[in-house]
Design a protein around this ligand. Structure first.
Ligand code: NAD
Length: 334
């Protein structure tokens, strides 16, 4: 099927072309899908999108007018899609329901290690001939309490690694996961988790219920020595609310791979430009904040699975088959 791949970079193209094997006619554009670029899809029955693309009612209407019948997301999260509007316009939406949970879990652990032991700062220092250890003091992870919010695939992979470090595990989820219970995880309320954890890692989806789960009031519950890690979705955290706590040293460290206003910033080289977002720019001034550009998923294994699954979704749609990746409006979670 004729497919327009939005927000595509060289690496997306490489993995998709390998998986596609010239089966579907794929065209690649770097542009994000948004109201101004939706017309590019005119004449394409399939558009393939990523997390920063806008798929609200207005954009979906434009896609429908251009003849699009399938949106193939190359992501698990779908908080950027108005599924009800898609249903009304007769557009099928499919996602990649799962791929290497290790990619994200391992990245979250990488952020914790880098932040706790100041590896990112040491790397810069020694390159300038500064071998001093001042300011680089960390703590043993062994024996610390780690709180996991959302104990699905990624949360469980993360919990397994932290269990290997000898950490105590607290969990919060709507459902208790037997694999996590087997690791000795204790399920508690979100308040109890925030009060008692040395490290808090978010692995739940973004829903109306979890929007700004971490806010002024819930940050106040955390230990002043706590580290917060978000590799899930930016809007789980009220980012602005972090700043006063960081300024007063009431939050020890923050690692963010995702940011609620990331869609105008991430996946682009803005090194020659003025970035108008004052919140992220202020965050970057704190030595105890580590920000990365939504890269936790970015491993060869994950990219290969995402591409393979995306092509299979298009195959199934073309052949009139359904599969577990079709999103229904009632499943409005991301
Ligand atoms: P999953 O569906 O396997 O697990 C999500 C878990 O969250 C489930 O156990 C669910 O019950 C739980 N949950 C739902 N609502 C909750 C709530 N209100 N409070 C606590 N827990 C709740 O999903 P997954 O594959 O583990 O992915 C988790 C999230 O990670 C995705 O939703 C996505 O937003 C994010 N993600 C980020 C990246 C990245 O590159 N940074 C990549 C992939 C996924």
């Amino acid at each position: 099927m004729k497919t327009l791949v939005y927000s595509s970079r060289r690496y997306d193209r490489d993995f998709l072309e390998e998986a596609n094997n010239s089966q579907h006619e794929m065209h690649f554009v770097e542009a994000r899908l948004e109201p101004d670029t939706a017309r590019l899809a005119s004449g394409f029955p399939v558009v393939c999108c990523f997390v920063q693309d806008t798929l609200d009612s207005g954009v979906l209407r434009q896609l429908k007018e251009g003849g699009t019948t399938l949106v193939a997301l190359r992501a698990t999260g779908f908080n950027n899609v108005d599924l009800e509007a898609a249903g009304n316009y007769g557009i099928t939406v499919m996602r990649v329901s799962q791929y290497s949970p290790y990619s994200v879990a391992e990245f979250a652990v990488g952020m914790i290690l880098a932040m706790n032991r100041n590896i990112h700062r040491a790397y810069q220092r020694v390159r300038e001939g500064n071998f001093s250890l001042n300011g680089l003091l960390g703590y043993d992870l062994h024996g610390k309490t780690v709180g996991v919010v959302g104990t699905g695939r990624i949360g469980t992979a993360f919990a397994r690694i932290m269990n290997g470090f000898g950490c105590h595990l607290l969990g919060h989820d709507k459902y208790q996961n037997p694999d996590c219970l087997q690791l000795g995880m204790q399920y508690v309320s979100v308040e109890e988790l925030l009060l008692n954890s040395d490290i808090i890692s978010l692995h739940c989806p973004l829903t109306p219920e979890t929007h700004h789960l971490i806010n002024e009031n819930t940050i106040a519950l955390m230990k002043p020595t706590a580290m917060l890690v978000n590799t899930s979705r930016g809007a789980l955290v009220d980012t602005q609310a972090l700043i006063p706590h960081l300024k007063k040293c009431r939050l020890c460290a923050v690692c963010l791979d995702v940011y609620e206003e990331e869609s105008d910033i991430y996946y682009r080289d803005l090194s020659d430009e003025i970035i108008p977002d004052d919140i992220i720019m202020r965050l970057l001034t704190f030595p105890n904040v580590l920000v990365t550009g939504h890269q936790a998923f970015f491993t060869r294994e994950a990219m290969r699975t995402i591409a393979g699954s995306t092509v299979r979704n298009i195959d199934d749609f073309a052949e009139g088959r359904t599969n577990e990746n079709v999103l229904k409006p009632e499943k409005v979670i991301a």
